[in-house]
Design a binder for this molecule. Structure first.
Ligand SMILES: [Zn+2]
Length: 195
């Protein structure tokens, strides 16, 4: 078990908790396990979808991360779980399972997370309110196969765009006072056309 984390019983059975503070963006753990498909995936109680048909049969400690409709963590590139809110020692670590869910057979389960904004059900990402989808895309915690299915930016494209924008901002444009503000919209247009 990671020394920065600990397990504890709670209203959902068992959850994973922070033993220290985590800053926003800091990696908490990486989900690992064997890749399984079809019936094998259905038989496992601890799966994480990682592709249109593929699932991880998640090993501890990742398998103990509970869902919340008001999560403080999210999955980013490389099945890495990162903090999306400041975490303090003793807080339960949760992510929104819907951010890694998009399957042929619509699977859903009742949600008992207890958050004040609880949706009551956990289901595929495209069923979330559009504003919430955008919120998770902005945080960079939507799985690539979900993003691809919806025609949105994947983690790699997002990183690439960030690097391009950084490079553009570092170029000198002495005669254009507001060039820095104008450039991102040009880039936005580029990505609108090419994503
Ligand atoms: Zn909930």
């Amino acid at each position: 078990m990671e020394p920065r984390l600990f397990l504890q019983a709670n209203h959902l059975g068992v959850g994973i908790y922070a033993r220290k503070s985590f800053e926003i963006g800091e990696e908490i753990l990486v989900f690992g396990g064997m890749e399984v498909f079809g019936k094998e995936a259905e038989a496992s109680p601890h799966t994480l979808q990682i592709s249109p048909m593929g699932y991880l049969d998640v090993d501890p400690p990742g398998r103990y991360v509970n869902h919340s409709c008001l999560p403080n963590a999210g999955i980013t590139a490389g099945n890495s779980l990162i903090a999306i809110a400041p975490l303090h020692a003793g807080m339960e670590i949760t992510f929104d399972y819907s951010t890694s869910m998009m399957a042929e057979n619509t699977w859903r389960m009742q949600c008992a997370c207890g958050a004040k904004n609880c949706r009551g059900v956990i289901e595929d990402f495209d069923r979330l309110p559009f504003g919430l989808q955008n919120h998770y895309f902005k945080l960079g915690v939507v799985s690539d196969f979900v993003a691809e299915r919806l025609g949105r930016q994947t983690h790699h494209q997002r990183l690439h765009r960030m690097l391009v924008n950084q490079a553009l901002r570092s170029l000198p444009f002495p005669d254009q006072g507001n060039s820095a503000a104008a450039m991102p919209s040009h880039q936005d247009q580029y990505y609108e056309n090419h994503r």
